[in-house]
Design a protein around this ligand. Structure first.
Ligand SMILES: Cc1ncc(COP(=O)(O)O)c(C=O)c1O
Length: 634
């Protein structure tokens, strides 16, 4: 039966059920008797009541698809639809003085939910049991398959199914988004156009099982298709990963069912997480509406202002990346040819590279176990060796704050300029003050993996207005104030775009939420993993309120970081080693290092666990279970 016809039937069934509900309501209200009053009010009230209720049902999408019968969301919609229509009816009865008593309306409200909900549930149960009944009556039904994607993967799959020589499956249709394949066939299977029509096609063709065979599709597209598949009552399966496909490993046996894919979706270390309210798109739209599609505009100005206000700094310059923010911070600090810069060794190379851009000389400083960041004792030793050092680049790694009181006082003592690389620590506070605001300059990164992201971007903050203005000037090609293009200084094209800044403004509003979730993730891991022998969690000092950008652990027992990373990868879960220190990097090996191996030890024993703010408890449990298995604890 066509979907439209079935929907119409359902519409009439509901109309009948609504009337039955009212009949019963009268029956119950008047002690098992139907009075003349019922017949009097029938034509004046019930027609209106039926129409209002059915309109309300349509409004709440109860006729959208027959497959959604008796899902939780459908029951919620039924409740809302019936409640809304009942409210409207009570108003109608008052306004038009229609005579039906309110008690009847309320009893009917309950009965409609019971009758309509009950019918839908029964339909669902019957439908789901159809196969069992068929098997019981010895008519073993073939599973009717629909394949999403009519490309190479589909061809291989059809061949595999044919090779099975089994009566169990019958491939009915393939769906594809390529208009050129419309009305064509693939191995004699008809191709229907439009993957987005899958709910209707599944309904029309009585599909039992859907196989998603588009291994090259993006994660986002697969999620969209999965959402559509869930609107059907079909079993959903997907092909193995793209790598398996390329390796020629694809086989029908390897197909994963939906239960596995939903639980086997890739878990990321830290991926972009836009606000639920769509705040970012609102600001981006503003940029489009005003045509400020440029590296300047209201979003750029406001993002600078809002971020500076949030962290308690006076001025900010929005730039294309955190790396370029470090570059211009060094330049603003007057670091140039041959100057020595003390740089934390345990960090990402983006901290150290700009020192080289400025033709300066990095000297790498070790970390301590208490903070994982720059060791104040090693810094003091470095100043004894190089008292002329121009600047200090301290990092707040993984959202943990360095011991700023000590570092600030050492920098003051040696009259050296302090720059904070707070790329990973936006939202972290040290003794109640935001990291990034202790030094002359602080920088943040909005790279895709950071706690808030603009896809890519950075911010330089300072309380020195003149220096920030200068940075903004350098970042826009150092254009002198002149009608013609005149440049008295070397320029850079480092300014943040107004579109990107729009994303940043929206993201900034959810920063506190993100920190809260990151803390939850840290606590979850700590609660579930800290009893395992040899595991230690990154330090959480009393004076440090981290943003917990990534939860990291170190291992000292028989299980090594690689064991954990391999085990997680096998479960499609991303994890990473702790940063490899700069003094161990081939490119930086020739520069001096002050310390005694803490950074190296943290690198060799550390693992960063997935800390994505979109992770559910189920996802966290997947990580925990995988790790616990290595200790034989599951
Ligand atoms: C510690 C650290 N510093 C600097 C950067 C550079 O930031 P960006 O990627 O925005 O250039 C990053 C991140 O990428 C980082 O983790």
């Amino acid at each position: 039966m066509q979907l439209k016809i079935r929907q119409t039937c359902l519409f009439f069934i509901d109309a009948v059920l609504i009337n039955i509900a009212y009949y019963l309501a009268y029956y119950l209200r008047f002690g098992g008797k139907i009075t003349a009053f019922y017949f009097e009010t029938y034509f004046t009230s019930f027609l209106m009541v039926t129409v209002v209720t059915l309109i309300s049902f349509s409004f709440f999408n109860l006729y959208r698809s027959l497959w959604r019968y008796a899902s939780t969301s459908e029951l919620v919609n039924l409740f809302l639809a019936t409640t809304s229509s009942t409210a409207i009816e009570i108003i109608f009865i008052y306004v038009f003085k229609l005579g039906a008593p309110r008690s009847i309306i309320l009893i009917a409200w309950m009965l409609i939910i019971l009758l309509v909900g009950g019918t839908r549930f029964s339909y669902r149960i019957l439908r789901n049991n159809k196969k069992n009944i068929d098997a019981f009556t010895h008519h073993k039904a073939r599973t009717r398959l629909m394949i999403i994607g009519a490309g190479d993967a589909c061809t291989v799959l059809l061949r595999e199914i044919e090779n099975l020589r089994s009566d169990a499956y019958s491939v009915v249709v393939a769906l594809d988004d390529d208009p050129n394949k419309k009305n064509m066939t693939i191995n004699n299977i008809p191709i229907h156009y439009g993957i987005n029509n899958l709910v209707e096609v599944a309904e029309q063709k009585h599909i039992d099982e859907i196989i998603i065979a588009i291994p090259s599709a993006s994660q986002a597209r697969i999620s969209e298709i999965m959402d559509l598949c869930r609107e059907t009552s079909c079993t959903i399966k997907t092909l193995p990963s793209l790598e398996d496909m390329l390796d020629g490993k694809i086989s029908f046996k390897l197909i994963r069912d939906k239960k596995n894919i939903t639980s086997n979706e890739r878990l990321w270390l830290s991926s972009p997480h836009m606000s639920d309210e769509g705040l970012e798109i609102k600001y981006v739209q503003e940029a489009f509406d005003t045509n400020w599609i440029a590296p300047l505009g209201n979003n750029v100005n406001m993002f600078e202002k809002e971020l500076a206000e949030k962290v308690g700094s006076q001025y900010a310059a929005a730039l294309v990346s955190g790396t370029e923010a470090i570059h211009l911070a060094l330049k603003a600090a007057g670091v140039g040819q041959g100057d020595i810069v003390f740089c934390q060794s345990l960090t990402f190379s983006a901290t150290a590279n700009p020192i080289i851009y400025q033709n300066a000389i990095p000297v790498f400083i070790d970390s301590d176990y208490e903070t994982w960041n720059m060791d104040p004792l090693a810094l003091e030793q470095a100043f004894i060796k190089y008292p002329e050092a121009k600047a200090v680049l301290v990092v707040h790694l993984y959202g943990l704050s360095a011991d700023m009181d000590k570092i600030v006082s050492i920098c003051k003592k040696y009259n050296s300029i302090l720059i904070e690389d707070a790329a990973e620590s936006l939202g972290t506070t040290y003794k109640g003050r935001y990291t990034g605001t202790f030094g002359e300059y602080g920088i943040f990164s909005f790279n895709g993996n950071k706690i808030i992201t603009t896809s890519g971007g950075g911010m330089l903050i300072s309380n020195n207005e003149e220096r920030i203005k200068k940075v903004q000037f350098w970042a826009t090609q150092s254009r002198d104030v002149a009608r013609h293009y005149q440049h008295s200084e070397l320029g850079f094209n480092y300014r943040m775009s107004n579109i990107v800044a729009g994303i940043g403004r929206g993201q900034l509003q959810v920063l506190d939420q993100r920190v809260e979730k990151k803390r939850y993730i840290f606590d979850y891991y700590k609660k579930n993993l800290s009893s395992l022998e040899g595991i230690e969690f990154m330090p959480h000092n009393s004076w440090n309120e981290p943003n917990f950008w990534l939860t990291c652990i170190t291992l000292s027992g028989k299980i090594k970081p690689l064991d954990i990373m391999d085990a997680l990868e096998r479960e499609n879960i991303e994890s990473r080693p702790v940063w490899k220190p700069m003094h161990l990097q081939p490119f930086f090996a020739k520069y001096d290092f002050i310390g005694d191996g803490v950074a190296q030890n943290l690198f060799e024993t550390g693992v960063c666990l997935p800390s994505d703010t979109k992770m559910t408890d189920g996802d966290l449990n997947r990580v925990v279970t995988t790790i616990k298995k290595l200790w034989g604890e599951v």
